[in-house]
Design a protein around this ligand. Structure first.
Ligand SMILES: [Zn+2]
Length: 261
């Protein structure tokens, strides 16, 4: 698009949200999109295609760059890998480890038991969460605002964006708040290397859920965080946690011999 046309369009759009020349159908400046493509491996590029919002896309790209050489080994299982896990000795071992923790927990807390989701969190599920989660929206908008103010985002930026410069900018720029979710594809739940434990009562009702709104009022106020940790410490040597950033008293990483999370 020629510059003069661009200025006219900018006048029309000035009262609305941001607008830049040469914007792709997905809403991301084409120059930025192509630079991200050149920085990221194929798996990450494919995932970005399923994230329509440019700011969430940029935040995900930042997560992929931070993962660096670990991206491949951490990447969530494909459908075929998930299928191969079902019924495997590895799955049987995990279930036995969880049951040991649960038995210890039940003995210490009569009337209560642990609940967990036995399904691997697929990449599609992770992307759907990423596209709708409020903490992602907040961190993504903060990153995008900084990006707009940076040298990388001006009318002339299409020429200025240099691959290595953009990479350094993304690796060194911090947002005021962090998203509560792992970048899609990089969640340890995507390889069953993490378990979210929830608490159920006798009637199978969830009374402490994997929900950040319940951390203070339920997990800490009713001591479930400590009670779960005690059961894990005494019966779950392969579980490590809980996750502290973000604060998730229900989330424990699971390390199988020779495989680091
Ligand atoms: Zn988790």
């Amino acid at each position: 698009m020629k510059k003069i046309h661009c200025h006219w369009i900018k006048l029309i759009f000035v009262a609305t949200s941001w607008f830049s020349c040469s914007v792709s159908a997905a809403g991301m400046p084409i120059a930025l999109q192509s630079q991200l493509d050149s920085l990221l491996p194929e798996k990450a590029r494919q995932a970005l295609l399923l994230i329509p919002d440019p700011d969430r896309k940029l935040l995900a790209a930042q997560g992929y760059l931070h993962a660096g050489s670990h991206l491949e080994s951490r990447w969530s299982w494909s459908d075929a890998e998930i299928k191969a896990f079902e019924g495997s000795p590895a799955q049987a071992e995990l279930l036995a480890d969880i049951e040991r923790v649960n038995a210890t927990f039940r003995a210490a807390n009569p009337g209560y038991r642990l609940y967990f989701n036995p399904k691997v969190r697929s990449l599609d599920t992770q992307i759907a969460h990423w596209n709708s989660n409020a903490s992602v929206a907040l961190a993504a908008s903060q990153l995008w605002r900084q990006f707009e103010k940076s040298a990388w985002f001006t009318d002339e930026s299409e020429k200025l964006i240099a691959t290595q410069g953009l990479k350094t900018w993304l690796l060194t720029t911090r947002t005021e708040t962090k998203s509560n979710l792992a970048t899609p594809g990089l969640s340890l739940h995507g390889r069953m290397h993490a378990i979210d434990f929830q608490i159920q009562n006798d009637k199978m009702q969830l009374i402490a859920e994997a929900d950040s709104k319940q951390i203070e009022t339920v997990w800490k106020a009713q001591d479930w965080a400590e009670r779960l940790k005690r059961a894990i410490d005494s019966a779950g040597p392969r579980f490590h946690g809980p996750l502290t950033a973000p604060d998730e008293p229900w989330h424990y990483n699971y390390t199988v011999e020779g495989v680091s999370p």
